[in-house]
Design a protein around this ligand. Structure first.
Ligand SMILES: NC(=O)c1ccc[n+]([C@@H]2O[C@H](COP(=O)([O-])OP(=O)(O)OC[C@H]3O[C@@H](n4cnc5c(N)ncnc54)[C@H](OP(=O)(O)O)[C@@H]3O)[C@@H](O)[C@H]2O)c1
Length: 376
């Protein structure tokens, strides 16, 4: 019997039904986020170009945590299923879905077109579920070298790194790039992308064990930023020593807060400062929708001025809404690098879907290096 003729078995999905005050409160609540049974998608009620994907792995991202407390800039309507990105197997396809993917193919589900970060008809199909329904154009074959776990978080991490370093930062061979949060999903991807761009990479983190993984992914030097008491060291001294007193050409900053401020002392005149995120200030928009206030990050304009800095905001998804031409080259580059083995997505943690709380807690508490997934 072909997969198209076989009945698809029922499964499960995670549902967020109410926003909590904070991610930990969402995880502690028995009701605001829960797992429930899910029937296989009804083929009669989905579009002719749609494809049913049996999810094998869904990335557990920082943004999934922020969304549970209304702190993300793009909030899906409640109730919603988390999981911005996923990977799985084509289980059924509509009569007009074309030949680009076939039954049984391993595919990446594009989070810009499907799931809670998307805008259109497929927003409800988050990856924390046994099945997602995706339009055919939202599916990309998984490069042979990648596992489902690696494929699930590929695009978000590496497209962000590409957008910031290549499209915005225009990193040149021989330049020195300081990558913060290098043990994180976007940071570890940025280490690899900056190396591919020909840069010398100084990568920062808070744990020697995690920085060993970062070094294995190509960082030329690793620097501890923590002072051991929860604060940030004067890492400018390390950076100056490693750059002959000159400072770096580019800062990739997904951390924010005190790390951003110290970074302004680590740059050469005329450097580019790439604002990617604020992992160190997870309550940046606390107050459910009061975006950016009152805890938003700030950087002192006197240093921006005196160091002649170019401060570049790097929102990987929002940028494509204003300039759709940004997407095709970066998507092609990331998929090509993955196919060639030029990038090696690292996934330190995987959990059964039923343990989604443990997966989100691992991400929240900083246990993860690179990627974390749930497996339906
Ligand atoms: N611009 C975009 O389009 C875009 C796309 C994706 C994500 N983001 C944003 O980028 C940020 C990082 O995302 P991610 O997915 O990489 O998250 P992640 O995997 O959880 O990584 C966070 C990183 O930040 C580090 N970090 C956290 N708090 C810190 C602190 N107080 N001091 C120093 N380092 C700290 C973590 O270090 P440890 O490993 O030591 O905990 C880790 O390396 C988030 O704010 C996210 O919203 C932006």
């Amino acid at each position: 019997m072909t997969p198209s003729a076989a009945a698809l078995p029922p499964g499960h999905r995670v549902v967020v039904s109410a926003l909590a005050e904070s991610p930990p409160e969402a995880l502690d609540s028995a009701t605001s986020i829960a797992i429930e049974p899910m029937a296989a998608p009804d083929r009669a009620s989905i579009g002719p170009r749609d494809v049913i994907v049996a999810v094998r792995a869904a990335a557990v991202g920082w943004v999934d945590l922020l969304m549970t407390s209304g702190q993300y800039q793009h909030q899906p309507a409640l109730p919603y299923t988390p999981g911005l990105e996923s990977a799985g197997v084509v289980a059924w396809k509509g009569p007009e879905a074309g030949d680009a993917v076939g039954l049984g193919d391993r595919v990446i589900v594009d989070g810009l077109l499907v799931g809670p970060r998307s805008l259109g008809d497929h927003q409800r199909w988050g990856g924390f579920a046994s099945y997602v329904v995706a339009p055919a154009e939202a599916l990309h074959p998984i490069p042979a070298a990648l596992s489902f776990d690696q494929a699930a978080g590929l695009l978000g991490a590496y497209e962000t790194a590409y957008h910031a370093l290549v499209a915005r930062g225009r990193v040149q061979p021989g330049e020195v790039v300081l990558v913060h949060g290098a043990s994180g999903a976007t940071g570890l991807a940025a280490v690899e992308v900056a190396k591919l761009a020909g840069a010398r990479v100084l990568a920062t983190g808070r744990s020697e064990a995690k920085l060993a993984v970062v070094k294995d992914h190509g960082a030329d030097h690793v620097i501890l930023v923590g002072d051991g008491a929860g604060g940030v060291r004067r890492f400018r001294d390390d950076v100056k020593a490693l750059t002959g007193g000159r400072g770096v050409d580019v800062v990739y900053d997904p951390v924010g807060g005190a790390v951003s401020l110290e970074s302004l002392r680590c740059v050469r005149f005329g450097a580019r400062f790439l604002v990617v995120g604020w992992a160190s200030t997870p309550y940046v928009a606390r107050g459910l929708g009061l975006r950016g206030a009152p805890n938003a990050n700030a950087i002192p304009t006197n240093l921006v001025m005196m160091k002649g800095l170019d401060v570049l905001g790097c929102p990987a998804v929002i940028s494509t809404l204003f300039d759709p031409a940004l997407r095709p080259p970066r998507l092609a580059a990331v998929l090509r690098w993955a196919a060639e083995g030029a990038i090696r997505p690292h996934v330190s943690h995987g959990f059964p879907l039923a343990d989604f709380r443990a997966a989100l807690r691992a991400r929240w508490s900083g246990d993860v290096v690179g990627g974390c997934v749930v497996r339906p």
